[in-house]
Design a protein around this ligand. Structure first.
Ligand code: BGC
Length: 710
């Protein structure tokens, strides 16, 4: 349709239809035996056929054939407006990829893009139009269960992944039959919830918001994402869901976002609990005025906005504007001409879990794993006698949270996989954590793989924790195994950075495998036996103690830093019972080979506006196996008008190196890389010294410096 036709359509719509357009219904409401089971005001909802036909958007998924029927029903309403079907397609649809935090450890946005492309193809053919992804919230605290959905603690890397995910989901554009419209979330700063407690408050300076937290959302918007979801939290004391500065001044005016803004689940209603609205009517008005187009699951637009507009007609254009944005998206997706466009149950059947998708899931799972310790025990040799034990050893579900359509049975189990990889397996008969039996088996075997961590159910939404240590049963096993001198490989399956400081000294190797997805079993076995090499590097710092949280590498300088050469000083910023440093820093990860860094070189010692600087460092594979090394480059502005982080990632690259081979990693620093947001909300660069650092992780770095002069 052309704009005139959309305008005419809007004019034809009754107020009821408009209010239904900005409302979202759950897919289950279309099922014959539907029994309402909602929270909040949605409990009152009466789902009739008119609402089913006129609801603007639908959340959830049914079988593809059902989705076809459903769309036909929606498009048979008075003005034949098709519905948009939305779902959380977070790390795969049916073929499940590693959780985003794991995938991020590949430092490979291209791979992220490919996984999102595949997810889009499977989901779209199954009747879904839009995904509530990517979640690009920056996280510095693993107590937050949702850290698994994020790509970690770094603004630069998060922005790269955000861009890649949006492009992957949307493909050549949302008009294509195999694309999903991408909804970036949770705008903004949801990853900063205090104490890592879900749904908690956030508060930070605008400088911090702009310099650290907003970049990834901005990157998603620049990449063309068609939707933005508001966060549950407050930003500068105003809930994001009615925050005009955020949704209008920044998002629409400054960033030029012209798509659809949707609330998070019931977050419009939560404006009342947040204490900024007296009732549903006021909540709806405030959200509308701030620029929210769709109400997810509070019902206030549908139930209360009409009355509010009768009392205050100046709100009508805002409702019309919201409706128009939704119609435009549907139009862009070609749904007016062809409401069932893209939905193809037969194609879905062919695509889902097809060879190519599985191969990408396996590749992604390999690349997500991070080797944190290896005392010459990995890789295991074919035929090696292996005891498998630990609380996670028998866990069938290694898909990770937010994988609604995934099925753990789609891949082989860890035990099956270890068997097929050539292990001579010793499996406890009674219980994977029975100390006596496990120790007995371990005595007869060469190594014990202790699969530990946390079950899937302890991660994702509403799963904040204060204890991030391994389970007592795993630690007890570990102590017993250590005591009898058995070699132990700790296989950590988790959705967050756990506290591994108790376990680390007791084992010989630590493989952080996250939740690897459909191909979990095979991928883990490949890595343990060396058919694939662990090459990932952490995108989140691993604390030694929960008490260090929040913990992140790019912290601000303090007036009393603890200097490495003066650790005994008392009146400096430190703990008396724990080092300041993480157990494993951001960027850290080993492999089955080793690398040596040398010759950090800068192309100039002075740069001027608009000039670039070439930074290079030599990396040599000093081990016996070919590998891919992720080389990192950091910058620091050591003196300026505001305090700046001790270092900030500003570049990374991967080098493929054969044994003995040496290559140069090259980074180009531009003026943009030197910029920051000042307290007048101006993004600029200040003349002076800059320190360049390059190395294998955020701690082991070579340094040099240059001057930026105007
Ligand atoms: C979550 C969102 C999610 C939505 C819909 C909310 O509870 O916070 O991330 O997209 O539910 O499932």
């Amino acid at each position: 349709m052309i704009q005139r036709e959309l305008d005419e359509l809007l004019n034809r719509m009754t107020q009821e239809e408009k209010l239904a357009q900005v409302f979202q219904l759950a897919a289950c409401c279309y099922e014959d035996d539907f029994e309402p089971d909602f929270t909040g005001p949605m409990r009152e909802i009466e789902v009739n056929d008119t609402l089913r036909k006129t609801a603007g958007t639908v959340i959830g998924a049914l079988e593809p054939e059902e989705m076809l029927k459903l769309q036909k029903l929606c498009a048979s309403g008075p003005n034949r407006i098709p519905a948009l079907f939305m779902l959380d397609v977070i790390h795969g649809f049916r073929t499940i990829f590693p959780i985003p935090l794991g995938l991020a450890c590949s430092w490979d946005p291209e791979l992220m893009g490919r996984t999102c492309r595949i997810a889009a193809k499977e989901a779209r053919a199954s009747g879904i139009h839009a995904t509530f992804a990517p979640m690009v919230d920056l996280v510095r605290d693993s107590r937050w269960g949702r850290v698994m959905e994020s790509t970690g603690e770094d603004p630069y890397l998060n922005a790269e992944f955000a861009k890649a995910a949006v492009k992957g989901f949307q493909g050549r554009g949302v008009g294509e039959k195999d694309s999903l419209a991408s909804c970036v979330k949770h705008f903004a700063a949801y990853g900063a919830v205090e104490s890592g407690r879900e749904y908690n408050t956030t508060d930070m300076s605008r400088g911090m918001l702009r310099d650290v937290y907003l970049d990834s959302y901005r990157a998603a918007v620049d990449a063309g994402c068609r939707l933005v979801m508001t966060a549950f939290n407050i930003v500068e004391r105003v809930p994001a869901t009615c925050n005009k500065w955020l949704l209008d001044t920044v998002l629409r005016k400054e960033w030029g976002f012209d798509g659809v803004v949707i609330t998070d689940w019931n977050s419009m209603n939560e404006l009342i609990a947040h204490s900024v609205a007296e009732d549903g009517g006021e909540a709806a008005q405030k959200a509308l005025e701030a620029g929210v187009d769709i109400d997810m699951m509070s019902g206030h637009y549908l139930f209360d906005l009409g009355r509010r507009i009768e009392e205050n007609s100046s709100l009508q254009p805002l409702l019309d504007q919201a409706v128009m944005r939704i119609l435009k998206l549907k139009n862009e997706m070609g749904l007016f001409e062809e409401p069932t466009r893209g939905t193809d149950p037969e194609l879905a059947g062919r695509l889902i879990l097809c060879e190519e998708h599985r191969a990408t899931a396996l590749e992604a799972a390999h690349k997500s794993m991070v080797l944190l310790k290896n005392e010459k025990v990995l890789p295991l040799k074919a035929g090696c006698k292996v005891t498998i034990a630990g609380t996670m050893a028998g866990q069938r579900n290694l898909l990770g949270g937010w994988s609604f359509m995934g099925n753990p049975e789609d891949g082989i189990s860890l035990i099956e996989a270890l068997g097929s990889a050539g292990a001579d397996l010793f499996i406890p008969e009674s219980d994977f954590t029975d100390i006596e039996e496990v120790c007995r088996l371990a005595e007869k075997s060469e190594v014990t793989v202790l699969a530990c961590g946390e079950p899937v159910e302890e991660t994702a939404e509403a799963n904040s924790k204060t204890c991030l240590r391994l389970k007592d049963r795993d630690l007890a096993l570990l102590r017993a195994l250590k005591k009898q001198g058995s070699k132990v490989v700790l296989l950590v399956l988790a959705g967050r950075a756990l506290v591994l400081s108790d376990a680390e000294p007791l084992c010989d190797a630590v493989l952080q495998a996250w939740f690897p997805g459909t191909e979990a079993g095979r991928a883990i076995a490949d890595v343990l036996f060396g058919a694939a090499q662990p090459e990932g590097k952490l995108t989140i710092s691993f604390p030694r103690e929960e008490g260090q949280l929040p913990l992140y590498y790019n912290s601000f300088r303090t007036g009393r830093p603890q200097l490495p050469e003066k650790k005994e000083e008392i009146y400096v910023s430190h703990y008396i019972d724990c080092p300041n440093e993480p157990l494993y820093p951001f960027g850290f990860g080993l492999s089955y080979t080793s690398y040596a860094y040398s010759d950090l070189k800068l192309s100039a010692k002075k740069v001027h506006p608009e000039e670039t600087l070439r930074v290079s460092v030599k990396v040599k594979n000093t081990g016996e196996r070919a590998g891919r090394e992720i080389v990192q480059m950091y910058l620091c502005d050591p003196c300026g008008s505001v305090v700046r982080p001790v270092k900030q990632l500003r570049g990374y690259t991967s080098l493929e190196l054969c044994p003995g081979e040496e290559k140069e990693a090259v980074f180009i620093i531009t003026e943009e890389d030197l910029m920051f947001w000042d307290n007048e909300e101006c993004r600029r660069v200040e003349p002076g010294r800059f320190i360049v650092m390059a190395g294998p992780d955020s701690e082991r770095l070579m340094k040099d410096e240059f001057v930026y002069a105007v």
